[in-house]
Design a protein around this ligand. Structure first.
Ligand code: N01
Length: 540
């Protein structure tokens, strides 16, 4: 607990919780529209997810020029992305540059964790308190908290017995870690583990990878950007942004309109090969039915398994690395560099926890159920997040009549369009549960929400309205819509426990949280709601 900074409440129009992509854009937009605002963030620097997840190899898997703000032409033109996919240091530098360039820092309080946000039924205002002892009073409470900001508790048996250093990808030491010559264990083979493990393997003396569920890993094929390519993008940036907004994924992807079985086996294989060579998430656009038709999904899954056989020299290891039991894409597809190749290294061992049970961690390492002992000099955890709702549940958020959000969401998070929730007036949620968020280019999804939020605030100001609040009926209907759309796809399937539906956290209510209809349909829905006088919201 930090010492109290001020006891007198500061009154602003809006409190923004978070200073990552959403928080920064909100601050910029709010200021431009004449609102006073403050953004509160627990990090030492702006950047949100890109501040915390600074493990070796951390990188986005959306093209740099699309995973960036489109609100200012000067910013677009002056910023130089150096690689196809932006690395964490480059993204962190970009977001710091945005904060400086637009003088946003004067309204940002870093190393400040929001502990509570309470709505007052009489004043119709939110009181937001922080661990720094500050109190803010605001008409609007804007949740720019990110979908993956609370690391998942580690449920590895006996980890507390281990006395060596434990590093988490989600809060990597700023000074980095030197693994040279060390015996290292890595747990977790999702996007974070798949990026960190090949980098750690290059340094460590011996690396033991503990894998529970194998993932479908597509090669990234990251590379330096050609100046002529960049010049072309910059010359036509507006068109590119508009095109991105017209694509369901919120970024430009060469999606094939054909279905997987309307072509010959040879043509299908050639398409998969071409996309495997091209790298990245565009692989998912090989056929339009990969995420809706099990047979099409089996075809692409078999293709990836055949690639694993081609790359990994030891057949047992190859077998362990092959994912089964869920459709490709039902868990967030993973994009990696040298992931499968890493298991051909002499200093890397894969322990398949499906075949070799872990008895538990010991003071110096771990013991498998067959009695094999391992000693490690360090353990790396890449074990995921309490996604979407995690950041909300760490704060004491209370709406009308002091009702807590945790209680309101005890059966799972319910929102109308992902923007607001019944009983919590003037609390807007940015690109999180109930909206395209993680199933689209996050930056495009954030831009949509920030624009709609501030437009709504403008409307309320013009009409002299005090509150906006989702109705319980509208949010029940929206939760159903989100579920129905997800059920048209293969996303909700699979025994793998995806964080999309909270299945990676024991006891968490399982509902499919992101909206799977894409940003275009989503925008159409918002436009209809808006034109019908904010249907499903009560304004007064
Ligand atoms: O987390 P995850 P992540 N024993 O939940 C394993 C984004 N992201 O941080 O599948 C053993 O995906 C768990 O195993 P299992 C992206 O959206 C993007 O890697 O539960 N293993 C799994 O392998 C991504 O989806 C980028 O069986 C245990 C892993 O830990 C999201 O963040 C980069 C375990 C967790 O994987 C989250 O990715 C990084 C246990 N007790 C992240 N508990 C890019 O843009 C958990 N696991 C490229």
């Amino acid at each position: 607990m930090t010492a109290a900074r001020s006891s007198t409440p500061t009154e602003v129009d809006a409190v923004v919780v978070g200073a990552g992509f959403s928080g920064l854009y909100l601050l910029w937009k709010l200021r431009k529209h004449g609102y006073t605002a403050v953004a509160l963030d627990k990090g030492k620097e702006v950047g949100g997810t890109w501040h915390w997840n600074r493990y070796p190899g951390a990188r986005c898997d959306v093209d740099s020029h699309d995973y960036s703000f489109g609100f200012d032409e000067g910013l677009e033109q002056e910023w130089e992305w150096s690689e196809r996919y932006p690395s964490q240091p480059e993204l962190q530098a970009y977001l710091a540059h945005v904060a400086d360039r637009f003088d946003l820092r004067r309204d940002i309080r870093l190393e400040t964790t929001v502990t509570e946000a309470h709505f007052d039924d009489d004043t119709k205002k939110w009181t937001v308190r922080t661990d720094a002892g500050d109190t803010y009073v605001a008409k609007f409470c804007l949740m720019a908290v990110g979908c993956l900001s609370v690391p998942k508790d580690v449920d590895v048996p006996g980890l507390e017995n281990y006395t060596g250093p434990i590093y988490r990808t989600s809060s990597w030491p700023e000074e980095g870690v030197d693994f040279s010559g060390l015996r290292v264990a890595a747990i977790g083979t999702g996007s974070s583990g798949v990026q960190a493990i090949p980098e750690i393997a290059k340094q460590a003396g011996q690396l033991t990878v503990l894998q529970r569920t194998a993932n479908f890993v597509i090669p990234a094929r990251n590379h330096k950007l050609d100046p002529a390519y960049v010049a072309d993008i910059k010359a036509n940036y507006r068109e590119r942004r508009l095109l991105s907004r017209s694509m369901p994924a919120g970024c430009i992807r060469d999606d094939n309109p054909k279905t997987a079985f309307e072509v010959s086996d040879d043509e299908r294989r050639a398409e998969f090969e071409k996309r495997w060579e091209g790298g990245g998430i565009a692989f998912l656009g090989a056929y339009s039915d990969l995420m809706v038709d099990q047979k099409a999904n089996d075809a692409v899954s078999d293709f990836i398994r055949s690639k694993i056989d081609e790359i990994v020299t030891d057949p047992d290891t190859a077998d362990s690395l092959k994912p089964y039991g869920y459709p490709m894409g039902a868990k967030r597809p993973v994009v990696g560099t040298d992931w499968y190749e890493t298991f051909n290294r002499d200093n890397v061992e894969l322990v398949d926890l499906r075949k070799k049970e872990l008895d538990g961690f010991t003071e110096k390492g771990m013991r498998l159920a067959d009695g094999t002992d391992y000693e490690f000099d360090a353990i790396v955890l890449a074990t995921g997040f309490d996604a979407f709702t995690g950041a909300f549940s760490t704060m004491d958020i209370r709406g009308r009549q002091g009702r807590s959000l945790n209680e309101a969401w005890s059966e799972g998070p319910k929102t109308h369009l992902g923007l607001g929730t019944a009983g919590f007036p003037n609390m807007f949620i940015i690109a999180n549960v109930g909206s395209p968020s993680v199933l689209a280019n996050m930056v495009t999804a954030i831009e949509q929400h920030v624009e709609w939020t501030v437009d709504t605030m403008d409307y309320m100001r013009d009409q002299d309205l005090e509150t906006i609040e989702a109705t319980a009926e509208a949010q029940e209907a929206w939760v159903e819509t989100v579920e129905e759309i997800a059920n048209m796809t293969l996303w909700p399937q699979g025994e793998s426990g995806s964080w999309y539906r909270g299945a990676n956290i024991e006891g968490k209510p399982q509902i499919f949280m992101p909206y799977a209809g894409g940003i275009v349909l989503y925008e159409e829905t918002w436009n209809e709601v808006r034109e019908a006088g904010f249907k499903g919201f009560v304004l007064q």
